[in-house]
Write a protein that binds this ligand. Structure first.
Ligand SMILES: Nc1ncnc2c1ncn2[C@@H]1O[C@H](COP(=O)(O)OP(=O)(O)OP(=O)(O)O)[C@@H](O)[C@H]1O
Length: 355
């Protein structure tokens, strides 16, 4: 069942020509953790702020737990929306203890016994015994958990997290991502979080919505977005991908330099196809369904080699190879593309290739 529903939501700032959020449709299901990702300026924060009620929409409908909070000229006040908010810098009150920070937002609507609720939520976030401590003596990860506890304590319909992991160093980040996800799941909360880091989204979210120029490009599970991106913007956001113009005929792709087999596809004609580096195999001898290539650059990274090879297409192919042989510039190799992993992309975001 959907907890957050966004329909045809648009927002333009002042006299700007471009929309910050452009006709966005999105739903977040009960208990789901959905990440909003996209390059800088793509509209993630604006979308989150529209849901929170910190910005007014030009158009569209937002409902939370079946209650319309934005429609036409109506915009419910942020404090009435039953939303929990975790800010990027946590925004804890420095002069209040951990318990007082959490108790601050509680009222009779959520819990008769505020003290009991604080105790319960501190247990949930693993901070029992920290009641009387002040925020400045806590680590970044602990402050994050207090902020999360404060947001969850009033049992909000949905919690919104703005770049929740950006203030943490790399080592702590891996641990905190896992903790935050577990706490939200344990609380049975529904959450929407903004991040510019694809690792945050891939590792923590149940589903991801990716934005460009205020428009939602694709919504899906981390796997779907990584394996089946609809266009090159989505594909590139989640790592390197090789894109090539091809003429397709019943699952065979004709490239400039030869042909490769895909799975039998219904899409024929001029297409943009793409494959991730780990789905291209390097062979040292010509075999069926392989293309000759020349190594342009080979870099050793311990767990894999990154090989750039020329197969006569518009751009070179990048391969992540795990073979024991170390390749060198000038080597002649043969590439086999995993047919299952070749995708057809929408061409709209790749002006350099097929139109
Ligand atoms: N208060 C504002 N006034 C004018 N323009 C704004 C305002 N807030 C955002 N914008 C514009 O709206 C667009 C979307 O910005 P937004 O901050 O939502 O993007 P973002 O994806 O969150 O970016 P970042 O990752 O850099 O925070 C940008 O063009 C930005 O300049």
């Amino acid at each position: 069942m959907e907890v957050l529903s966004i329909k045809h939501l648009s927002k333009k700032f002042g006299k700007k020509l471009k929309y910050a959020v452009n006709n966005a449709d999105l739903t977040v299901e009960r208990g789901e953790l959905l990440a909003l990702v996209g390059e800088s300026g793509s509209g993630k924060t604006t979308l989150l702020r529209l849901v929170a009620g910190f910005e007014e929409a030009d158009k569209g409908i937002i409902s939370i737990n079946g209650i319309t909070v934005v429609k036409d000229n109506f915009s419910m006040k942020p404090e009435k929306r039953k939303i929990g908010m975790v800010f990027q810098d946590y925004a804890l009150f420095p002069h209040l203890t951990v318990a007082e920070n959490i108790e601050f937002g509680l009222n009779k609507d959520c819990c008769d016994d505020k003290k009991a609720r604080v105790k319960e939520i501190l247990e949930m976030v693993g901070l029992s015994g920290f009641e009387n401590k002040y925020p400045h003596i806590l680590s970044g990860g602990q402050q994050q958990r207090v902020a999360l506890a404060r947001a969850l304590a009033p049992k909000p319909g949905v919690i919104l997290l703005d770049e929740p992991f950006s203030n943490l160093d790399a080592v702590l980040k891996d641990q905190v991502r896992e903790e935050v996800r577990n706490i939200i799941k344990k609380a049975g909360a529904t959450a929407l979080f903004v991040t510019h880091d694809m690792r945050d989204a891939l590792s923590s979210a149940d589903r991801i919505a990716i934005l460009k120029d205020g428009k939602i490009q694709q919504v899906g599970t981390p796997r779907e977005l990584y394996d089946k991106p609809v266009n090159l913007y989505v594909a590139n956001f989640f790592g390197k991908i090789n894109a090539m113009n091809a003429i397709a005929n019943k699952g065979v792709y004709q490239l400039k330099s030869g042909e490769i087999k895909g799975v039998n596809s219904s899409e024929n004609g001029q297409l943009l196809i793409a494959i991730r580096p780990e789905n291209v195999e390097i062979l040292t001898h010509k075999e069926e369904n392989s293309l000759e290539a020349k190594v342009l650059l080979a870099q050793y990274f311990g767990d894999h080699q990154q090989v750039h090879a020329d197969i006569g297409t518009e751009s070179h192919i990048v391969i992540h190879a795990h073979e024991k042989i170390l390749f060198q510039k000038g080597d002649i190799i043969y590439l086999r593309f995993n047919p299952e992993k070749i995708h057809v992309l929408d061409t709209c975001w790749y002006p350099g290739l097929a139109k």
